[in-house]
Design a protein around this ligand. Structure first.
Ligand code: BTN
Length: 233
């Protein structure tokens, strides 16, 4: 397998960099600083110099995948498993937020660009509480959580794990049960769903094979697609 790794000092966004440049799959780009880090649903991702792991992967868009939602979930498993080696206790909030002690520590942003799939991952490493104050959810970093790590080693382990899970997902070998084991949303959990139309409290029933969250309210069952909503627990 041919993997190219690029390290940048400063970039607007590692996802945007991969969209602009004509690199071949598989290319991995990291940056020490993002001036326009992007989060899900048009939010920004706090990316001060030297504080986080900002990394994006360029893959060839898998032909047989009906949507990229399942990649979102399998990447979250890859990241959570890598972090759980440092210390047990990392969980996933559907679709792909990684939590520690119930606080968000990592976000994942998959995007399609033509026939390429870009998967961006941001992990809060050295952020102080002050630096994370602007988030609309409780957030933490490895440092705040008192977790010891070595950045270079963590980065290499993460690259290996994310590529491994991507390949397994494309080959149909990723089992949704792996996600369910790490998920904080269990069947029966009451959750609040935030859509453009407002907030709604529903009961989670489970996650289907394509990665949709199945919820129920007043007897009505619905499949939720990750790009359109955010979930509170
Ligand atoms: C989220 O909102 O949870 C997703 C955050 C994704 C952030 C990462 S940092 C590396 C890559 N480049 C970006 O601009 N965003 C992603």
């Amino acid at each position: 397998m041919n993997i190219k790794i690029i390290s940048l000092e400063t970039v607007d966004s590692t996802n945007e960099y991969l969209k602009r440049e004509n690199h071949k799959p598989i290319t991995v780009v990291t940056a020490n600083h993002q001036t326009g880090g992007k989060g899900r649903r048009g939010k920004r991702w706090i990316s001060p110099p030297g504080k986080g792991l900002y990394i994006s992967f360029l893959f060839k868009k898998p032909e047989l995948l009906s949507n990229i939602q399942i990649i979102s979930l399998s990447t979250a498993v890859a990241v959570a498993k890598t972090l759980n080696v440092l210390k047990e206790g990392f969980t996933i909030k559907w679709p792909n937020d990684i939590l520690f002690d119930g606080k968000k520590l990592c976000g994942i942003l998959p995007e399609l660009s033509g026939n390429r799939l870009i998967v961006g991952i941001g992990i809060n490493l050295f952020h102080s509480k002050e630096e994370l104050k602007g988030t609309e959810y409780p957030a933490t970093s490895l440092k705040i959580s008192g977790i010891k790590f070595e950045k270079d080693k963590l980065t290499l382990n993460l690259i290996e794990s994310v590529i491994n899970y991507f390949e397994r997902t494309v080959n149909g070998e990723f089992e949704i049960e792996e996600f369910e084991k790490l998920s904080v949303i269990k069947p029966g959990s009451r959750i609040t769903v935030k859509r453009n139309s407002g907030l709604e409290t529903v009961t989670a029933l489970g996650i289907d094979r394509e990665g949709y969250l199945i919820v129920e309210k007043d007897g009505k069952v619905e499949r939720l697609f990750s790009a359109e909503i955010s979930v509170r627990i």
